[in-house]
Design a protein around this ligand. Structure first.
Ligand code: CUA
Length: 287
């Protein structure tokens, strides 16, 4: 717009004051010099324009920064760990990992609001289809929000180098219609299922170091260092998205996590085949 104004004024001036073919006089047009009025005009007017623009921008920035989420917003606290995501739903008293269930927002009015924290180093939340990157920084809280319009699985990953398994710190947002989301939260809020047929595996699990890192709600396992396993079988993947959650993969994972995720903090417990089968059977009862 400004370019068009300036360019057309130049073109007009060049055309209007061009030398006419029959004008052979050598004298110049009168030159204007040292006019206070003109100097003041072209100093003060741009100055005023700049201040108006600053004011308008400041107002918009302030309204964006101070915007508070609508009361219907879902609040999630996402905590970055080396190399997995802890997903807390403070309003529902439930915790899960790596797979973030949220309601869809067909009219754009049911946003999900994230409080981003880190337990160790800097990570970065990135689900390209839903939002830009936002860092999870130790001793600091960042915020971001999403409002997926359509149901589906949106894949993401950690976008800030955070150690050897950074590339395997995957996450997925599972957007589902409000009714499905409500059903999911209701199921997740329950304590772990008790199943007598896997009592041996449960006992085995609870006698091992597993319980130092993992929580299974309603049992003596209350560790916080690794993902909550209360409803492990409701998740699609293992090891923060590294493996599909199948029997074979779960067995291999428990047998030796270092094979699929070298450098991760879950050690191989060196279980015998029988012990491994029992622990896996127990884990597979955690629906
Ligand atoms: Cu976490 Cu990269």
């Amino acid at each position: 717009m400004i370019f068009l104004c300036v360019a057309s004024l130049i073109v007009y001036t060049v055309w209007r004051f061009r030398r006419k073919p029959n004008d052979h006089s050598a004298h110049e047009q009168p030159q204007v010099y040292g006019s206070n009025q003109i100097e003041v005009a072209w100093t003060v007017i741009p100055l005023l324009i700049v201040f108006v623009l600053i004011g308008v921008s400041a107002r918009v920035i302030a309204s964006v920064e101070n915007a508070s989420p609508p009361p219907s917003t879902l609040h999630i606290t996402l905590v970055g760990h080396q190399w997995w995501w802890e997903v807390q739903y403070p309003g529902f008293h439930l915790v899960t990992a790596n797979e973030i269930h949220v309601p869809t927002s067909p009219d754009g009015k049911t946003a999900t609001y994230f409080r981003l924290e880190s337990m160790d180093v800097i990570h970065s939340f990135w689900v390209p289809q839903l939002a830009g990157k936002t860092d999870l920084i130790p001793n600091r809280v960042n915020y971001t929000w999403i409002d997926p319009r359509e149901a589906g699985i949106y894949l993401g990953n950690c976008a800030e180098y955070c150690g050897t398994q950074h590339a395997n710190m995957l996450l997925r947002v599972i957007a589902q219609p409000q009714a499905d989301f409500n059903a999911w939260t209701a199921a997740q809020q329950k304590d772990a299922m008790q199943n007598g047929s896997v009592a041996q595996g449960k006992q085995m699990f609870e006698s091992l170091a597993c319980v130092n890192c993992h929580t299974v709600r309603g049992t003596p396992a209350v560790g916080k260092f690794g993902p909550d396993l209360t409803h492990l079988m409701s998740r699609q993947t293992l090891g923060a998205g590294v493996l599909n959650n199948t029997h074979e993969n779960l067995r291999n994972w428990v047998n030796d996590p270092q094979e699929s995720k070298p450098g991760c903090f879950m050690p191989s417990m060196k279980l015998t085949d029988r012990e491994l089968n029992e622990v896996v059977a127990y884990l597979e009862s955690l629906h």
